[in-house]
Design a binder for this molecule. Structure first.
Ligand code: 5AD
Ligand code: SF4
Length: 396
C-alpha cells in the first residue's frame, strides 16, 4: 500500500519534471514515505529525517517531503522537531498530494512534463479500498488511515484499463481488508470477474485479504480462472483462540483452518503474517501457533515481535519479557523456514509461466521467485522449467 502511495506521489512530482535519482548528492528532493505499524519503522524514518538536516544545508533549494502513516500520526509535531522539513503529507492526504505541492509554493505551475517520466513496471498497483474498520487490538492502521471505504467500481475498472493499455501485465488490487470490498452492492467477487475480462491482462492478484471475508465464491474464482494468481497472503496473527479473541480478529483457529482448506482445494500457495509475544500470549498459546503453522504448511510468513502502538487498546497491556519474545520468534522463524523450504522444493521439475520483472528474475503464478541465466525483457511471460530450489528462490 505504501508502494502504491509512493507511486501516486511520484506521478504528481513527475508532472512537474522530477525523476528518480539514485544518488542522494545529486538529488534536489527527498520524499520519505513512512510506515508506523511498528515502533521500529517509525524510528528508522525519523532517524533518516534527522540525518537529512545536513544534506539540506549543503545546497540551497533542496526540498524534504515527509509523507505517509508516521507523518499522519505525528502531524504538525514533525515540523516542530524537524524544522528542515518543507512538506508534511499524512497518509489520509495522499489523494491531495498534488494540491499540497501547489500550496507549498515550492514548485512552479508547469505540470506539462506529464506522466512520461513515471513508472515503468510490468506490474501495476490499484487501490480499491482505503482505510480499515477492523480495529484489531494491536493495530494503528485504522487510526492513521481512517475508516474503511470502497472506491467507485467503474472508476477502479477504468484505472485498470488505463494501466493495461500502457502495457501493464499484472494488476494488484490493494486494500487493508481488500476482500471486504463492496461498492453500492458490487462485491469483491464482482470486481474480480469484471477485471478478469479486461483486454491485455495476464495476471490478477490482491492484497491483503482478511480471513473473515474469504468466501467460497472467491476461492472458486481463484481456483478456476487461469489468470488469477495462485498465491494468497492471508495474515493469521496467532494460532491460539484466546489470543485471537484478545486481538479482536473475529475468527478462531478452526475457522482459519477451514479457509485454508478451501484455498488448498484450488491449489493456492498461502503465506501469512504472525505476531509473536502479544501481551496475553502464554507458552501454551505460542505452542498452538506452532501447531497451526505445522498444519497450514505456509509457503512463507512474515513474523513480527509485538510492538505497542500508542492509542491502540493493546498499548496499555503489560509486555512480555524481551528475552522470552526473542526466544519464541527464533523458534517460529525456524519452523517457517522448514515449511517454506518444502514449498520451494515441491516446485522442482515443474514448467511454470514466469512473468519477468527484470532480465533474469521473475515470478510464477504462485508467486515464487525464479532466477534464470537466460535473458528476457521485463514484462515478458515465459515458460521455464524449475531446475533447483534454493532457500527462497527457484533456479531455472
Ligand atoms: N506489532 C507487531 N506487528 C504488528 N502488525 C500490525 N500491528 C503490529 C504491532 N503493533 C503486523 C501484523 C500485520 C502486519 C502488516 O503487521 O502481522 O498483518
Ligand atoms: Fe490492522 Fe489489518 Fe486488523 Fe485492519 S485488519 S486493524 S490493518 S491488522
Amino acid at each position: 500500500m505504501n508502494t502504491a502511495d509512493s507511486e501516486e506521489m511520484m506521478l504528481a512530482l513527475a508532472a512537474r519534471g522530477c525523476f528518480i535519482c539514485e544518488d542522494l548528492n545529486k538529488a534536489d528532493i527527498v520524499l520519505i514515505n513512512t510506515c508506523t505499524i511498528r515502533e521500529h519503522a517509525e524510528h528508522k524514518a525519523l532517524s533518516l529525517l534527522g540525518r537529512l538536516r545536513k544534506w539540506k544545508e549543503e545546497k540551497a533549494g533542496r526540498i524534504i517531503i515527509f509523507a505517509g502513516c508516521a507523518a499522519q500520526r505525528l502531524g504538525a509535531g514533525v515540523r516542530g522537531k524537524f524544522p528542515h522539513v518543507d512538506i508534511v503529507c499524512g497518509a489520509k492526504s495522499i489523494d491531495d498530494f498534488d494540491k499540497i505541492l501547489d500550496k507549498s509554493g515550492l514548485f512552479g505551475s508547469d505540470k506539462s512534463a506529464g506522466k512520461s517520466a513515471a513508472l515503468n513496471s510490468p506490474i501495476a498497483l490499484v487501490n480499491i479500498m482505503r482505510g480499515c474498520s477492523c480495529k484489531c487490538s494491536y493495530c494503528i492502521v485504522p487510526y492513521v488511515r481512517g475508516e474503511a471505504f470502497s472506491l467507485d467500481f467503474d472508476a477502479v475498472l477504468k484505472e485498470i484499463e488505463t494501466k493495461l493499455s500502457l502495457g501493464t501485465k499484472e494488476i494488484v488490487l490493494l486494500g487493508q481488508t481488500v476482500n471486504a470490498y463492496n461498492y453500492k452492492g458490487k462485491t469483491f467477487a464482482d470486481l474480480l470477474r469484471a477485471a478478469l475480462k479486461l483486454e491485455g491482462l495476464d495476471r490478477l492478484r490482491y492484497l491483503s485479504p482478511h480471513p473473515l471475508f474469504i468466501t467460497e465464491e472467491v476461492s472458486e474464482i481463484m481456483a478456476s480462472e487461469p489468470k488469477m494468481s495462485k498465491h494468497l497472503h492471508l495474515p493469521v496473527q496467532s494460532g491460539s483462540d484466546k489470543v485471537l479473541k484478545d486481538m479482536k480478529r473475529g475468527y478462531s483457529s478452526g475457522e482459519f483452518l477451514e479457509k485454508i482448506a478451501l484455498l488448498r482445494r484450488g491449489g493456492i500457495n498461502v503465506t501469512t503474517d504472525i505476531i509473536v509475544g502479544y501481551p496475553t500470549e502464554t507458552e501454551e498459546d505460542f505452542k498452538q501457533t506452532l501447531s497451526l503453522v505445522d498444519e497450514c504448511k505456509f509457503g512463507g510468513a512474515y513474523c513480527f515481535k509485538f510492538s505497542p502502538r500508542f492509542g491502540t487498546p493493546a498499548f496499555s497491556l503489560k509486555e512480555l519479557p524481551k528475552e522470552e519474545v526473542e526466544k519464541r520468534l527464533d523458534i517460529l522463524l525456524n519452523k517457517i523456514k522448514e515449511n517454506a523450504k518444502a514449498a520451494y522444493k515441491a516446485q522442482e521439475g515443474r514448467a511454470e509461466r514466469v512473468l519477468m520483472e527484470d532480465p533474469h528474475n521473475g515470478r510464477t503464478l504462485s508467486n515464487f521467485w525464479v532466477k534464470t541465466e537466460a535473458s528476457y525483457k521485463a514484462g515478458e511471460v515465459v515458460t521455464l522449467t524449475i531446475k533447483k530450489a534454493q532457500e527462497s528462490i527457484l533456479l531455472a
